[in-house]
Ligand binder design. Structure first.
Ligand SMILES: [Zn+2]
Length: 318
């Protein structure tokens, strides 16, 4: 059984490797083009949300949270997680990478939103425990229970997902108030309100990413501004942050921890690849943002604190 699972994992990774190799040979700097486009678009389109000062929001999707989940499901939930990586592989990468991210956010005192899968908290609370024990007060939100697309779920199935997540999180002393839809599939917003959520992140892409916070019923959509990955460029990111400061707008970046990983056959090498990418692009961005915060022209916010701040100040320019 173990051999079958491991070989299935590598078969998926080989496919990812072929795609990466094709991109490399064709010399397509996809991320650079995306970041340049975002920079120009944010400069041209005036953000609709006007705040008292710029906001920098970071949210992290934790799709699995522990390798044990992948072992228990034996590949049966892989198709809900990732097109190339198995649930086990994603859980393993997240398990290994999370301490590094928690340390980095502690070093610069940056609070972020970690959206955990409820099912992980039923199986292994090691990773969420690291976030809870951090000296920085992070926002621990929900990323569904089994990572199924909400648009594919009936009302009652969606409610079951939310209910099971609430029960699992309550056992760890967490009441989740921020929700990140698995695979960015937005649906059943009324249920989110029923289960006490205050903020969520809607779907974004190359064209629709924006610096904006919208109110829908009792919920605040902390709209996505940019997805980060391993080819992120610190220079572009800093210039985009400058736009948020100048326009007093929210800049919301999001990622999965494994988005910074390069294809490697060895798990240890994958972790080193994540660390290298993050130190090259994300850490300089955080240092730069910290300088802006110290100058009083920017605030670090989680999805929840952004929603609460906007609600209390009623600053939405819509
Ligand atoms: Zn996800």
């Amino acid at each position: 059984m173990l051999v079958g699972r491991v070989s299935f994992y590598w078969a998926r990774c080989d496919l990812l490797y072929l795609i990466e190799e094709a991109e490399r040979r064709l010399k397509i700097p996809e991320s650079a083009i995306s970041q340049l486009y975002h920079l120009v678009a944010f400069k041209i389109r005036k953000p609709k949300t006007q705040l008292k000062k710029g906001m920098f929001v970071i949210s992290i999707d934790v799709d699995v949270g522990c390798s044990e989940l992948g072992i228990r499901h034996r590949g049966k939930n892989d198709f809900n997680i990732h097109p190339y990586f198995s649930e086990y592989a994603v859980g393993k990468m997240e398990e290994m990478a999370l301490p590094f991210f928690v340390d980095m956010f502690e070093t610069l005192a940056v609070p972020v939103t970690f959206a955990f899968r409820g099912e992980c908290l039923d199986i292994d609370t090691t990773t969420v425990g690291l976030v809870l024990d951090s000296s920085v007060e992070h926002d621990i939100g929900s990323h569904g229970y089994s990572h199924r697309r909400f648009e594919d779920l009936s009302y009652s199935d969606a409610e079951t997902e939310l209910n099971r997540t609430s029960v699992a999180m309550r056992r760890c002393g967490i009441i989740p108030r921020s929700f990140i839809f698995p695979r960015n599939s937005v649906a059943h917003l009324d249920l989110l309100e029923k289960y006490g959520y205050k903020s969520y992140r809607s779907y974004g892409n190359f064209i629709h990413d924006r610096m904006q916070i919208e109110k829908h019923g009792g919920l605040y959509d902390i709209c996505p501004s940019l997805h980060l990955c391993r080819s992120a460029n610190a220079l572009f990111l800093k210039r985009i942050l400058d736009v948020a400061v100048e326009e007093k707008a929210p800049f919301h970046v999001w990622f999965h921890m494994w988005n910074f990983s390069k294809y490697e056959r060895c798990e240890r090498a994958q972790l080193e690849s994540i660390k290298r990418s993050v130190k090259r692009a994300v850490f300089p961005l955080l240092e730069y943002a910290r300088e802006k915060v110290n100058l009083g022209v920017l605030t670090f916010e989680t999805m929840l604190s952004a929603a609460e701040k906007v609600e209390s100040a009623r600053v939405l320019g819509q």
